[in-house]
Design a protein. Sequence first.
Length: 518
Amino acid sequence: MKGKLDWKDHAVAALPAVGALWIAWMVVSLCLQRLDFPFDIEWMEGGMLVHALRLQQDLPLYSAPTPDWVPYIYPPFYPWLISLFGEPSYLTGRSISLVGTLLAAGAAVFALWREGRSPLWGLVAAGLYLGCFDESGTFYDLVRTDALAMGLLAWCLVLCRTKTLPGVIGGGIVLVLAFLTKHNFALFGVGIVGWLFWQDRKLALAFVLASAVPALIMTGAIQIASDGEYLTYLLSVPSSHPLNGSRAWPLSEKELLASLILTNLFAVGGLIALAVRKQWSPGGVYWGIITAIALGACVLMRAHHGGFTNVLMPGHWVLAVGGVMVLSGLVRGKPVWGIALALLMGLQLAESRYKFKWKYGPKNAALTERFCLSAQLSGGKPLKDCFKDQWTEKRLIPTEEDLQAGNDVVAQLAAIEGSVFAPHFPWYPYLAGKEPSMPLIALWDIQHKDGPYYEQPSVMTQGFEQHRWDAVLCPDKPIKYDFDRYYSKAEKVNIPRTALKTRTGWRVHPAWIWRPKD
């Protein structure tokens, strides 16, 4: 780290730090408002609760596909953690995810402090990451693996950067947990080992012993316990999925750039200035390696079949931390430039909440012309109307109508005699006192040609043919796999069409109950 910080270094960061706290308060308060909503906010949440329930009931997660069960292509740590806190619930899963998000924010503060910056600049980096709430698909508080995995990964990265034996060992252990939450985060271990080997071979060996060895042991144990099915789901099944080239380029790059556009553009300029001056340090090399891995992983995961914007979260974190790290280092000891940076970061934090409505400007107008003349280009509308509040409660927070609709759906399912299959809403039958369902996306994952479990007819077609379920809950469009050949629409779900729609990801809505054909 550099020498002792001057009071001016803290002072210039105070204003954007207040803005960062404002962003943090806005994100956390929004998350708290939907933390205990007892139905799906995102359509894969219920499936994760089914995983936790199976672990509680000592049922296998990773087994050969059947009409009753196909797992997600994720490791088991997150649902296992949910299973430790009593009966699985949305509240438990979302609370764990919110803790993961706060861990990632805390790691950002630690990273900046460790690199010799004011902790207030660390708050700014944390605020920028939290400000990517919408760009991540609002996954910071959902019953999904991403937020917890990101919190664990962030602390692995900052602990290993300490270049101390306890820090490296602790970082290795945390990486094991991150790997058991989201296995593709193992990529970061490769970069960490390479950097540690360059710095201190003993530390590199300690990291390998603390991370790779227990990860391999635990993977082997799960593989044996699952009769060889575990790695098939984690590796072979995803490798059969197609890639979407347009999402790899240029969509993911545009999304990452736009997520923190001001910070990113000025940080690139700062990196060029450092390169010209040849001002490189081991810390700069370390974070450069981590940033390259994170951005490469984001592009690859975004291109993967079904890759949603939640996969960009590692990129959001490294861009927030790395950008503030570069810019705050350039202005250290330069209060005038520090004030300019503070204003820039304040604008970036505000841009996280309020996006400029580019549609008001002429299509051929230059970027700067659109921004500077926004009031005139908006057709005489006030300047405030050229911006939109992207964190609106109407879009993100379930309503009383949604709650009532969910209770009505559960009551309607409970009144059905016999079993209910609800692959789009796998937790809803359990709420109605029945067995939960297999999540539909898990079936989609294995039904790609050349995949290890690909079958025609599929296991689901066989289940439909045998009238495995007494009723099936669907959205407006029926399930494939010859479903409508063996089932027909019987009852309409008695809720408004605007109610109980998921708020992010694929937007699904319970609409029909189907019954077996005679």
